[in-house]
Design a binder for this molecule. Sequence first.
Ligand code: ADE
Length: 249
Amino acid sequence: MKINILTLFPEMFAPLRTSMLGRAEEQGLLEFNIVDIREFSLNKHRKADDYPFGGGQGLVMMAQPAFDALKSVGAEGHRTIFMSPKGRLLDKDLALDLAGEEEITIFCGPYEGLDQRVIDEWKMEEISIGDYVLTGGELAAMVLIDTAARLIPGVLASEESALEESIYSGLLEYPQYTQPRSYEGLDVPEVLLSGNHKEIYLWRYEQALRITKERRPDLFDAYLKSHEKLTKDEARVLEKITICSKIEI
Ligand code: ADE
């Protein structure tokens, strides 16, 4: 997947090239094309923004450098996203949908400010990462890229599919433990040391149900309505959790 990132702050994207995403780029699973919008300014001071028509505070990114930057990456040929708190809220379905694209362009601008003609003319998809306002779209773009990229086959280090985990199964993740078995009197739950795979699986399923019911009743209700066919043992665990009024984790 090729991701074109258009920004006034290309240096903010250095972290993308570390860790798992950096490795994925080295392996050719991902390609980041980070473009400095200022390079396209025709102004001798490389100015890319100006005061808003009609007055008001803040600066607005001008159409010309934005148009030329978009043209330079061939943005007319693929999905083009503008990070904005006015957009559709990012969730797992949107991440999954984007992960299936060959190429996308993400445009980052200061929050108050991209000339509307750019958004309209390039039919940009506006995406928000939450109901709060950031100073610019760069951090939001990184969140979007991270969550979509890890869904591309081969990007995650583990053989396990990202789709089997946590939110993607409709439940929050069960707790994990590692060495040592006992740390300062704090013991790992016995069942995890038992070697009994079925018991371990059911214990984890129960924990995931409990945590989801307590912390995200909305997800829990959705799970109750839409879960796949359960085995007898799973159904027993689910019934126990469903009728449980007091949750202990
Ligand atoms: N730009 C500023 N705030 C944002 C948000 N919450 N989501 C996406 N882009 C933004």
